[in-house]
Design a protein around this ligand. Structure first.
Ligand code: TA6
Length: 315
């Protein structure tokens, strides 16, 4: 694992209360003096909690496995190197749905606090946690299924004004490889039927519930009144918002990414997932996922790709 980008350890600066980091029992926790906090499992580098103003922004199933036995049902699973069930005739064809990023044991690389400025520029009330995954850390099975030398660094930055998660992909091998990536964020809402997902109007999407064909969204907002599973491609604006009762609840800003998925399993699909509890939990969540999932990203040896999201909560 290339550790040249290992961040310098956090240094106490100034006299005020400092951000804190605790890494134990396979979990990294960061907390700001404001009380805002983030929890990340080393398993899958899965963010399983992000609290701002004392409120939880993410949804995690009550039956989610947090012991590494299967990908976490909720939080922010990291999807890599393929989105969905991979095409059988593709190099990722032997991998499980959504790839191995979300069900591998990542390495904690360290934390660093930043100087002044907003979250996007590494604000000083922010703390960054870095996680790494490379080919050597994969299960023997995954190594065989996708035999490419890759390096991932996933950075989770908790700031006063939000949470940023960024995935950096490097080709450490001698041959080109193709991949997809997606941050499969489950956001908590009070009542999904009183919500809309805004900022996707007039964008082309694949409707996986209807016919898996391309459609054009005619309205500026998407309301959730049943199962929704849409893959939006090349979205012009960089921010999608979850609005509840007419008020913006959470903004999802794409950073160097142009695709997004909106998913709610609704009643039947929720019933069909053993790790989805409570069964009516579909009323309290919606997935707005940022990624590069339209086609494949090609990485030549030595090349790097970076993309992620900046989340702003208005809770
Ligand atoms: O992101 C939406 C989606 O691709 C849905 O089609 C559904 O399969 C969801 O991901 C959950 O997938 P999982 O493998 O976590 O059950």
């Amino acid at each position: 694992m290339d550790r040249s980008n290992k961040p310098s350890p956090i240094t106490a600066s100034g006299t005020g209360p400092q951000p804190s980091v605790r890494v134990e029992n396979g979990r990294a926790n960061a907390r700001l003096p404001t009380g805002d906090s983030v929890d990340v499992l080393l398993y899958g580098a899965t963010v399983v909690s992000w609290k701002s103003n004392g409120k939880e922004n993410l949804w995690v199933s009550e039956a989610a496995k947090l012991d590494g036995s299967k990908p976490v049902r909720g939080g922010i699973p990291v999807v890599f190197p393929c989105f969905g069930p991979p095409p059988k005739d593709h190099a990722t064809g032997k991998l499980p749905q959504h790839g191995f990023g979300r069900n591998s044991n990542w390495e904690y690389l360290g934390s660093s606090s930043s100087e002044s400025g907003s979250l996007a520029r590494g604000g000083d009330d922010s703390i960054k946690l870095d996680f790494g995954l490379s080919h050597a850390q994969l299960s023997e099975e995954a190594k065989k299924q996708w035999p490419y030398a890759f390096g991932l660094v996933y950075s989770v930055t908790l700031g006063k004004d939000g949470l940023q998660t960024m995935l950096n992909v490097t080709n450490q091998g001698k041959e080109m490889f193709e991949f997809q990536m997606l941050l499969h964020s489950y956001f908590r809402v009070d009542d999904v039927t009183r919500c809309s997902v805004n900022g996707l109007g007039s964008t082309t999407y694949i409707d996986k519930v209807l016919d898996a064909k391309e459609h054009q969204q005619s309205t500026p907002e998407l309301r959730i009144t049943g199962e929704v599973d849409r893959v939006y491609k090349s979205i012009k604006q960089d921010t999608t918002s979850i609005v509840q009762d007419g008020k913006s609840r959470l903004d999802v800003q794409r950073d160097r990414l142009v695709d997004s998925v909106v998913w709610n399993p609704w009643i039947e699909k929720a019933k069909g997932m053993g790790d989805f509890e409570p069964k009516d939990g579909y009323k309290n969540m919606v997935c707005v996922e940022v990624g590069a999932v339209d086609g494949w990203q090609k990485l030549e040896p030595g090349e790097t790709f970076e993309g992620g999201q900046i989340l702003k909560s208005h809770l």
